[in-house]
Ligand binder design. Structure first.
Ligand code: IVH
Length: 751
């Protein structure tokens, strides 16, 4: 850590330059300690501080920011498209061998081609990722590109810079003037599993395997998004090279870590065909220990001189081959489907399996992701299912074996399966439009305790500063709190003794912190309604929705029976129904004339229902912050059994949050519910300063209707020059006649 804070904003450029160089070197060193050696010397927070200092300095002195700055790891500005770049040497592919016989043929071809029986070949895992080529000129990462068609690929330099195991520059004493590394970008299984779990929780579709997730990440145009993905890179070869002698693959493998990259693990050197076949078999067992996906072994001739003698075909070198292991799939029985409740309330179906050995471990459970996934694969309890490890650590159900389905196996219905209740707390569950996941919406659900407490205590909610993430975890784990409201019943002494560490390495929360936390909780009791609404963590109710809800309601107790929320949800429901039966909905044609007439009647009555509600909603001046989704979610929360209990408990605690911005009618300058021309019918005639559509649109926007002919129902005639029969008829009927100026004045004077 630096002893002194740098003066970021002085124009003392030489000092800033020195500081930037010093911080860059320091951060790069810590990066290597962390990612390459797994021996960090500083905490993540200290690392972040260093990085932030560097970012601040580079922002103040952009002319000093270097292209190999470690700040580039956080991702630069998004690109519009990828630029195509030519590889210095073509990126070849590998021929495949699928059987030991094919591999033996390859080995014999090597022997024959070289005219020698004793050879050294290397055997290494084939990483299941995305191929990449990296050009370093004078030790600096100049460019990274995808394979593309082998000749040219996409320039993904900015994306690759976000991968922390990629050195942005090579050690000066070893760097050749030019080297084109070849490697594989991949996502380690652990990061993949975590990312997918987060996607499951967020109701997003999970990635099928780490390779797909990697390919998706690499293709992102926004490097800041790429920086969030847990990518890694291993170098396994090279293309163009200048100023560096590499006599064997083994020598190159030894050089890789010295240049700052990760190298292939489990590399073997063998000298006979028997040893080669044995190495392939051994690797098939050992590869499952690797923290990433592999789909084969790559066999390479060790001597570069011999490689050169054999050369390449148009697509692949003759001196290397990929041995593909069959993807390990196993059939087993699906005994049951259980439902797990995640930290944010998402219900995830889990396959309970007859234990089976797959890719190195015994698998008894597999994720089924969500109900849509189960229906898509038509998975039923009792089925024989095919299990595969996607990302080696999370097993997945790939498909069912329909021939083996027992009679009477029923389709899976998640809602029915859990009886419409959260399996953790018995609370209500909902599946929102456009989302694949069912969620528990009970505020007091124990499975969600930690995330609910975090939200409740966050700065934007009730601001219980002392209750950070670690404290929330410990409170739940040690049984101090199952719901946020339990915090109000904590006692200072017990709270002070809360162990934030482990059994072996205990760490007390302490009396001082405990007192601070209890004071903050006491203050929170008097916090305004909008803070409380946000603290309750109601789905789709963010800060601005909470504020708007508090403008419309004075207390929590006013919300369950809220007129305005009911108006909003009813109007949305009617609009959906209207859309469904609309003659314009080609997907749902009426079966016959009778149905058509019935629909028309319903359509018209819905139109009225909607109009009256819209007018009333407009009187409240509701902003888009409380739309149908937020309104429905709020009502669902407050009218549920669990919501009622939450309200009662808040009241029992003597807490009665009041709105500090209560004003359920629109402000004077906001548009009123009643539009100025609402309920009026207009006819337009004669020559006006603009086409008639222009005036028709203005009338309609102001709430009026435009008709083609004058009748006794016409309220106004907008008449231009040379108006003819319509003017005469209007005069006869006593209709109000306006010229353009009068029309403009009427609209301008409208409230
Ligand atoms: S050596 C001439 N070694 O597999 C190509 N490739 O299917 C020399 N791959 O294009 C490639 N792990 O993208 C090599 N340990 C490894 C590998 C590996 C994965 C990829 C590479 C190659 C593809 C061929």
């Amino acid at each position: 850590m630096p002893d002194q804070e740098p003066d970021l904003f002085s124009n003392n450029a030489p000092d800033a330059a020195t500081e930037i160089a010093r911080l860059s070197a320091e951060i790069t060193r810590h990066n290597q300690l962390y990612y390459q050696k797994a021996e960090p010397e500083i905490t993540d927070r200290e690392f972040d501080l260093l990085l932030r200092q560097l970012i601040a300095l580079e922002t103040a002195h952009p002319e000093l920011a270097r292209s190999d700055s470690p700040t580039r790891r956080v991702g630069g500005a998004p690109l519009e498209h990828f630029v195509q770049v030519r590889h210095l040497q073509p990126m070849m592919s590998l021929d495949n061998a699928f059987t030991e016989g094919e591999l033996a043929d390859f080995y014999r071809r090597l022997q024959k081609g070289l005219g020698q029986s004793d050879l050294t070949v290397t055997v290494e895992p084939k990483i299941d990722g995305v191929a990449v080529s990296l050009v370093y000129r004078d030790g600096k990462l100049e460019r990274a590109a995808t394979r593309g068609d082998g000749e040219t690929g996409d320039d993904i330099t900015e994306n690759v810079k976000t991968i922390r195991t990629v050195p942005l520059s090579l050690p000066a004493d070893l760097a050749p003037p030019l080297i084109e590394f070849r490697g594989e970008i991949f996502m380690p299984n652990e990061g993949f599993a975590k990312m997918n779990a987060e996607r499951d929780e967020a109701g997003l579709p999970a990635f099928v395997n780490p390779r797909n997730a990697t390919a998706g990440a690499v293709k992102q145009l926004d490097p800041r998004e790429v920086a969030k993905r847990p990518l890694d890179l291993i170098v396994h070869g090279f293309g163009a090279i200048e100023g560096l002698e590499v006599p064997t693959m083994s020598a190159f493998f030894d050089l890789i870590p010295k240049l700052g990259f990760r190298r292939p693990a489990l590399v073997r050197h063998v000298h006979t065909l028997d040893d080669l076949l044995q190495a392939i078999r051994d690797l098939d067992v050992e590869r499952h220990e690797l923290p990433f996906e592999t789909d084969g072994a790559v066999v390479k001739l060790d001597s570069r001189a011999s490689q050169a003698r054999l050369g390449s075909t148009s697509k692949a070198p003759r001196w290397a081959i990929a041995f593909k292991y069959p993807p390990e799939e196993k059939a087993t029985a699906l005994k049951a489907i259980t439902i797990q409740v995640g930290r944010t309330g998402v219900l995830t179906p889990v396959a309970e399996l007859e234990p089976v050995f797959v890719s190195g471990t015994t698998v008894a459970r597999a994720t089924l992701h969500n109900e849509d996934e189960i229906q898509r694969k038509d998975v039923r309890v009792g089925d024989t299912v095919i299990i595969m490890k996607a990302g080696e650590i999370i097993p997945a159900v790939v498909r069912v074996v329909p021939e083996k389905r027992p009679a009477g196996a029923e389709t899976f219905d998640l809602f029915a399966h859990v009886g419409g209740q959260c399996p953790s707390c018995g609370g209500p569950i909902v599946k929102e439009d456009g989302f694949v996941a069912w969620r528990c919406v009970n505020f007091e659900c124990p499975a969600q305790a930690v995330s609910k407490i975090k939200q409740f205590c966050s700065r934007k909610a009730l601001d219980i500063e002392a209750a950070g993430n670690v404290v929330a975890e410990a409170l739940v784990e040690k049984g101090f709190a199952r719901t946020p409201l339990d915090l109000f019943e904590l006692e200072e002494e017990a709270l002070g003794a809360l162990n934030l560490g482990t059994e072996e390495d205990p760490r007390r929360f302490g009396e001082k912190n405990a007192a601070k936390m209890l004071e903050a909780l006491e203050r929170a009791k008097a916090a305004p309604l909008h803070k409380w609404l946000f603290a309750l963590g109601i789905r789709h109710v963010g800060e601005s929705s909470a504020l708007e809800l508090a403008r419309l309601h004075e207390t929590l107790a006013d919300i369950p029976g809220s007129e305005v929320l009911k108006l909003i949800t009813d109007a949305a429901r009617f609009e959906a129904e209207q859309k469904e039966i609309s003659p314009r909905n080609k997907a749902n044609p009426p079966a016959n004339d009778m149905e058509k007439a019935g629909r028309q009647a319903r359509f018209d009555s819905l139109k009225e229902e909607i109009a009256t509600r819209r007018a009333r909603i407009a009187e409240f001046g509701v902003t888009p912050d409380v739309g149908p989704v937020a309104a429905a979610s709020t009502l669902a929360f407050f009218t549920s059994e669990a919501g009622r209990k939450t309200l009662a408990r808040i009241a029992d605690l003597g807490i009665t949050p009041k709105s500090t911005n209560f004003a359920p009618t629109p402000k004077a300058d906001a548009p009123t519910g009643e539009l100025p021309l609402a309920g009026t019918t207009w006819v337009i005639t004669g020559t006006l300063s603009q086409p008639r559509e222009h005036f028709a649109e203005r009338i309609q926007t102001a709430g009026g209707k435009v008709s083609g002919s004058i009748s006794k129902n016409t309220n106004y005639l907008l008449a231009g020059e040379s108006a003819g029969s319509k003017l005469t008829k209007a005069e006869a009927l006593g209709t109000l006649i306006l010229d353009e100026a009068a029309f403009d004045a009427l609209l301008a004077s409208a409230p």
